[in-house]
Design a binder for this molecule. Structure first.
Ligand SMILES: [Zn+2]
Length: 301
C-alpha cells in the first residue's frame, strides 16, 4: 500500500467522522473513528468521506472535467486565480501555518495557485516564510474524476470527496480561510469550520459573465440577484468585507469556447455538436466577469 500523502496526514487531525461526528484517526488504509466507521484512501490519494445519505449526485463527469482542464490551461481564468491568491495572502499571509479549505475545488486549479502564493510569501522583515509557514490546502469535491486530479495538483493539497450540501467532515474552527469558487455554498458549515475571525471568500459570476458565448449557445444564465441573495444567506455568522471585481475580455479559439460552454452546469443539456455549430470556427471574444466577495467570520455567535 502506498503511504498517505503528506498533506492528507496533516489533514487527519482536522477531520471528523461524516457519520457520527467523532474524531477520525489514521489507519494504514485510511482513517477510522472511535465508533468503528472506517474510510479507505483511494489509490489516487483522495479520501471519500460521504455522509449517511451517501452519494446523491455524481458531480462533474470525466468529459466536463477534461473540458475544464483545457479551459483553465488556456489561461481564461488566470485573472480570477490571481485575485484569489491576492485576497488569501492579504487575509491569512501573517498566519504561521494557514489551513485553507476550497469547498467544491474541482481539479484544484484555484487552490493550487492560492497555496503556492501563500507558500512563497515573505515575512515582514524579508525572511522567506517557507520553512515556518507552510500552508495546507484541503480541497473537497464531489466528482471522483475531479478529485483524482485534485489529489495530484500540489504536494501541499489534500483531496476529499465530500458533498458540501450534506455537511463538511471537518472539526469546528480548524480552518483559517474557506474559498468557494462557482461552487455550492453551505454557510452554516463554513461558519462552523472557520475559526472566529477567519475569512470566507466566495467567487460568483457577475452580469455579462461569459458573454457573448452564453447567449449564442444557450447556456444557463446566472440568477440576476445572486449577489444580493448571497449576502442575505451569509448574514448570520459573517461580516461582509471588500469585494474584488475581475472583468476581462479575452479572445479564445472556437475549441476553447466549446469547452467553456460544456464544462459547466449547462454542459449536461447542451450537446457538443450543437455547441460547435452555434460557435462556428475561428477565434471569438469572451468576457470573464467575476466578483470575489470576502466575509469575516464573526468573533461572537
Ligand atoms: Zn463515526
Amino acid at each position: 500500500m502506498t503511504p498517505a500523502p503528506a498533506a492528507l496526514v496533516r489533514t487527519i487531525p482536522l477531520l471528523r467522522c461524516p457519520l457520527c461526528g467523532d474524531r477520525l484517526g489514521p489507519t494504514e488504509a485510511g482513517v477510522e473513528c472511535g465508533g468503528g466507521h472506517s474510510f479507505d484512501r483511494a489509490r489516487g490519494g483522495h479520501l471519500t468521506l460521504l455522509g449517511a445519505r451517501g452519494r446523491r449526485f455524481p458531480g462533474d463527469s470525466a468529459e466536463q472535467v477534461a473540458a475544464r482542464e483545457r479551459v483553465l490551461g488556456h489561461g481564461v481564468f488566470d485573472g480570477v486565480a490571481d485575485a484569489l491568491a491576492e485576497v488569501a495572502t492579504g487575509a491569512v499571509g501573517a498566519v504561521a501555518r494557514p489551513v485553507l479549505l476550497d469547498a467544491g475545488a474541482g481539479t484544484g486549479f484555484y487552490l493550487d495557485r492560492v497555496v503556492d502564493a501563500l507558500h512563497r510569501r515573505v515575512a515582514p522583515g524579508g525572511d522567506a516564510m517557507e520553512a515556518v509557514g507552510e500552508p495546507l490546502g484541503i480541497g473537497t469535491e464531489l466528482s471522483v474524476a475531479a478529485a483524482r486530479r485534485l489529489a495530484r495538483v500540489n504536494p501541499l493539497v489534500a483531496a476529499l470527496v465530500v458533498d458540501t450540501w450534506d455537511g463538511l467532515p471537518l472539526r469546528d474552527a480548524g480552518v483559517d480561510l474557506v474559498q468557494v469558487v462557482f461552487a455550492p455554498r453551505n454557510p452554516a458549515e463554513f461558519a462552523r469550520v472557520l475559526r472566529p475571525g477567519g475569512t470566507l471568500v466566495v467567487a460568483v459570476p457577475g452580469p455579462g459573465h461569459l458573454e457573448p458565448l452564453r447567449s449564442r449557445v444557450g447556456m444557463l444564465a446566472p440568477a440576476a440577484d445572486k449577489a444580493e441573495r448571497l449576502d442575505t444567506h451569509l448574514a448570520a455568522g459573517f461580516d461582509p468585507g471588500p469585494v474584488r471585481v475581475v472583468d476581462v475580455t479575452t479572445t479564445v479559439p472556437a475549441a476553447i469556447a466549446a469547452d467553456l460552454a460544456l464544462m459547466g452546469p449547462s454542459g449536461v443539456h447542451l450537446g457538443r455538436a450543437g455547441v460547435e455549430r452555434a460557435i462556428g470556427s475561428g477565434d471569438g471574444p469572451v468576457r470573464v466577469h467575476v466578483e470575489v466577495r470576502t466575509f469575516r467570520r464573526s468573533l461572537q455567535e
